[in-house]
Ligand binder design. Structure first.
Ligand code: SF4
Length: 419
């Protein structure tokens, strides 16, 4: 099995050369269908009550075992290959540097975010542990086995970071604490630091403090939407989901106070209807607070409420990737940049020769996220092909080579310099 799945089904929309950004009017999610009562809350899995036997690889043809955190966690296909519990190879990557652990319950995530493969509206269609998320399957593994393998590998572990991804579930806060303790009892967080991808909806400031006290290194909030309107439409009342922009910011501010500068951040998905100015103003706001932004290129996840919508055109994505890198790591401010009437970047606020150097270095186009051991601006969380197919890479999970840079320049419509 490989770390990426084939392209979207025939007939599904893809980005087109005719449109160079995804406007708000276009990016409207479908309304969620009602789940029959008998299939709600993981009823099928709980009724079957099949005892899990070690590692579970998603399989739609068998009854999903009854697995729960903290005993079980799910991990990305890339992490499972890197950990050695699954066979497979990844296009142009030997491994991933981030072991992302996702809490798991038969009831699944109780939220209904429109772009997410894990959302509640899928209850009738697919059991939680079988759902695709950021384009890949997520095998379920006993937490004790994960810790055994990583502790055995010690300093030779390929992982530069571990991340606990909370979901919206009544047990999520307590189980995150248990998973974190289980990790730090056997693995020195100075060797493999831990990030928390939080679920603000169920959290208090005291929960944030507790995770810091227990040794978490970085705390992130998945705002995902760049504006309150898009948040409401994709993660709030617009799709019968419990999240609120206000609560997410409350926990983000708590993370700033408790974790401190450079130790907190926010996830943002680009191409859900915001303008480039909107998203870059948010990036600037996060930098001014002392944090970072971790960017994802919108991709229509199969089975989600936005799977009928186009992926982010590469022009829009590359402009935002480059501008975000300049704001996060090169001291350029959004006020130094120029935007057209539709909020698109037309001037990156840097002399052309310096801009050329940044483009040719390629780091700006790598996956963004919490840092690993290579450099501050190189993310451990490389999420291979989580936001695009390998045939048209959005976030590069490896260092782009000269051919990649030529393609990126074509997408940016910035011609190669003549040396
Ligand atoms: S809270 Fe997270 S996991 Fe749950 S539906 Fe929303 S994006 Fe997906």
């Amino acid at each position: 099995m490989s770390c990426y799945r084939p392209e979207a089904p025939a007939g599904a929309p893809t980005y087109t050369a005719a449109r160079d950004h995804n406007p708000f009017a276009l990016m409207r999610p479908r309304a969620p269908a009602k789940t029959p009562k008998a299939l709600r809350n993981g009823a099928r899995v709980k009724a079957g009550n099949v005892a899990p036997q070690g590692v579970y690889l998603p399989n739609y043809n068998v009854l999903t075992p009854h697995m729960r955190s903290p005993e079980y966690v799910q991990m990305s296909t890339a992490a499972a290959i890197t950990l050695g519990i699954m066979k497979g190879r990844m296009y142009r990557c030997s491994c991933t540097r981030c072991l992302n652990l996702l809490l798991t319950y038969p009831e699944g995530c109780r939220a209904n975010c429109a772009y997410c493969g894990l959302a509640r509206h899928r209850e009738a269609e697919r059991d939680y542990a079988d759902r695709n998320f950021i384009r890949v399957d997520w095998p379920a593994v006993p937490m004790a086995q994960v810790v055994d393998i990583v502790a055995r590998d010690g300093a030779a572990s390929p992982f530069h970071r571990m991340c606990i991804s909370m979901i919206t579930h009544p047990r999520s806060d307590a189980d995150t604490v248990t998973v974190l303790k289980q990790w730090t009892e056997r693995i020195d967080p100075a060797t493999i630091p831990v990030s928390i991808l939080s679920n603000p909806t169920t959290m208090t400031r005291a929960d944030v403090q507790r995770l810091r006290d227990l040794g978490a290194d970085i705390f992130t909030v998945a705002l995902d939407a760049a504006t309150p309107e898009i948040f409401e439409r994709t993660r709030g009342k617009g799709v019968q989901s419990p999240h609120s922009w206000k609560k997410y910011w409350e926990i983000l501010y708590a993370a700033r106070d408790i974790f401190g500068p450079q130790k907190f951040g926010a996830h943002i998905i680009v191409g859900m209807g915001e303008t480039e100015y909107d998203v870059l103003a948010l990036v600037q706001q996060l930098v001014d607070l002392g944090g970072h932004s971790h960017m994802f290129c919108f991709f229509p996840e199969k089975g989600s409420l936005m799977d009928h919508l186009p992926a982010t055109p590469r022009d829009q994505w590359r402009r935002v990737q480059l501008a975000r890198y300049l704001i996060d790591y090169r001291g350029v401010r959004v006020e130094h940049m120029k935007f057209d009437g539709e909020g698109r970047v037309v001037d990156f606020g840097l002399p052309q020769a310096e801009l050329d150097d940044v483009i040719d270095a390629g780091v700006a186009f790598r996956t963004s996220g919490c840092p690993g051991k290579f450099a501050d601006d190189v993310s451990a969380c490389d999420r291979p092909y989580g936001d695009s197919p390998p045939s048209d890479i959005a976030s590069f999970p490896f260092q782009p080579d000269r051919r990649d840079i030529r393609k990126i320049r074509r997408q940016l419509r910035i011609v190669e310099r003549k040396d």
